[in-house]
Design a protein. Structure first.
Ligand code: ZN
Length: 71
C-alpha cells in the first residue's frame, strides 16, 4: 500500500537548483530537493566559510586603524 501524495505537502524552491523540493519529513534533504543539491550547496557554503579574509599575516602595523574606504 502506497501512501498517496498528501495535498498538504509543501513544496519549496530548492535553494540550490530552484527546483521543486518537497518540504516534508519524508524528504530528509529538505529544504533541498535532493542529497546532491544539499551537499553541493553546503560545500559551497563551507568553502566560503573556510576563506577567512585577512587571516594571512601581513606587514601592516596593528596599531594603524583600518583604512576606511571612502570611495
Ligand atoms: Zn535542487
Amino acid at each position: 500500500m502506497t501512501t498517496p501524495p498528501a495535498a498538504s505537502a509543501r513544496r519549496v524552491p530548492c535553494p540550490h537548483c530552484q527546483g521543486p523540493a518537497l518540504y516534508d519529513a519524508s524528504n530528509r534533504w529538505r529544504p533541498f530537493c535532493s542529497e546532491r543539491c544539499r551537499i553541493a550547496d553546503l560545500g559551497a557554503w563551507a568553502s566560503e566559510k573556510f576563506r577567512v579574509p585577512g587571516a594571512a599575516p601581513s606587514d601592516d602595523d596593528p596599531n594603524v586603524p583600518a583604512a576606511r574606504g571612502e570611495g
